[in-house]
Design a protein around this ligand. Structure first.
Ligand SMILES: NC(=O)C1=CN([C@@H]2O[C@H](COP(=O)(O)OP(=O)(O)OC[C@H]3O[C@@H](n4cnc5c(N)ncnc54)[C@H](O)[C@@H]3O)[C@@H](O)[C@H]2O)C=CC1
Ligand SMILES: O=C([O-])CC(=O)C(=O)O
Length: 340
């Protein structure tokens, strides 16, 4: 995390250096939904990433303005804006990484699953375009409900005959970011030095932080404190939705989390060793076909899906409780993609 922050802080200088270095691979990153609440700050953060040489910003409307604005930042990436379905192919062509924050966000009182009816269709059509125009790209799915949108994309890719399970990722990094922040606050340690795996899925009780595996323990927290931290991490999205009172869900912290995960994917593609992040991927860690756990990233995307490690009794119970809900959300996505 601190490495990412320092990367962001030093981006302009680093970018100038990498401009002149011939060995830096040229990477095209495309953001679908780039004019939205997440899309705009994420576009800025990706413009700061020295691993990005071409930044393609797509939305149904509003992207020319966002692209013009972001393009004035003095870093390496060349920025292009595309608006409307007829420009989607051009936006996607040649992409190494496609990030998808396209879709509607929650309002107070809604669950992520309440977004399914609108977002499933959006994700399905964008996935079909990815299959057609950049079948080799890594895909970072942010659109909710992630527990269903990732299986939808997988199904669309299978139908198109180009599914590669190593290249499809549900972005659960914000759960990890929250778990680290909340733990650090409670244990009174530096947030940047804390690491906590978060496994399962990305909705309510399917979000399972493994605080028993936290890297920096300054003092042992009580079972009650761990239970409260678990609940706060699971409800982190709702906390923001309620505070925004009808004006959407997490955008700034999500853009930060999305930029961290995209950076990890790009580092993996570039052959940087030992890049590990949690993500919701095709998995055999449990009986479910998709599951979030630590994943080692490499030159082809997922290099290795890592196991869960030892769990506390509380975490084991959480794992058993989340399976039925996560299973139903995965099946709902698969059914939608097969039948629509
Ligand atoms: N995975 C995660 O941890 C998180 C996921 N999210 C999800 O991210 C999604 C986006 O959230 P916000 O940016 O706040 O919403 P927003 O409404 O501010 O932006 C969404 C953007 O998507 C665009 N869009 C809609 N249909 C499109 C299409 N067919 N092609 C391209 N763009 C399209 C809209 O024009 C809009 O600009 C929501 O589904 C939200 O629930 C939000 C926070 C965290
Ligand atoms: O809660 C929401 O609707 C948005 C989201 O996924 C999050 O903030 O984790």
């Amino acid at each position: 995390m601190s490495a990412t922050l320092s990367m962001l802080r030093s981006a302009p200088r680093t970018a100038v250096r990498s401009y002149s270095s011939s060995f830096q691979p040229q990477r095209k990153v495309t953001i679908l939904g780039a004019a939205g609440g997440i899309g705009q700050p994420l576009s800025l953060l990706m413009k700061l990433n020295p691993l990005v040489s071409s930044l393609s910003l797509y939305d149904i409307a509003g992207t020319p303005g966002v692209a013009a604005d972001v393009s004035h930042v003095n870093t390496l990436a060349q920025v292009s804006g595309f608006a409307g379905e007829e420009q989607l192919g051009k936006a996607l062509e040649g992409s190494d990484l496609v990030i998808i924050p396209a879709g509607v966000p929650r309002k107070p009182g809604m669950t992520r699953d309440d977004l399914f009816n609108i977002n499933a269709g959006i994700v399905k059509s964008l996935s079909a375009a990815i299959a057609k125009f950049c079948p080799n790209a890594l895909v970072n799915m942010i659109s909710n409900p992630v527990n269903s949108t990732v299986p939808i994309a997988a199904e669309v890719f299978k139908k198109a005959g180009m599914f590669d399970e190593k290249k499809l990722f549900g972005v659960t990094t914000l759960d990890v970011v929250r778990a680290k922040t909340f733990y650090a606050g409670k244990a009174n340690v530096e947030a940047s030095e804390v690491d906590v795996p978060v496994v399962g899925g990305h909705a309510g009780i399917t979000i399972l932080p493994l605080f028993s595996q936290v890297t920096l323990k300054s003092k042992t927290l009580s079972d009650e404190e761990i239970k409260a931290l678990t609940k706060r991490t699971q409800d982190g999205g709702t906390e923001v939705v309620e505070a925004k009172a009808g004006k959407g869900s997490a955008t700034l912290s999500m853009a930060y989390a999305g930029a961290i995960f995209a950076d990890a994917c790009l580092k993996g593609l570039n052959g940087v060793p030992d890049v590990v992040e949690c993500s919701f991927v095709q998995s055999s860690v449990t009986e479910l076909p998709f599951f979030a756990s630590k994943v080692r990233l490499g030159k082809n995307g997922v290099e290795e899906v890592l196991g869960l490690g030892p769990l506390s009794d509380h975490e084991n119970q959480g794992l058993q409780s989340l399976i039925p809900e996560l299973k139903a959300s995965i099946e709902k996505g698969i059914k939608f993609a097969k039948e629509s």
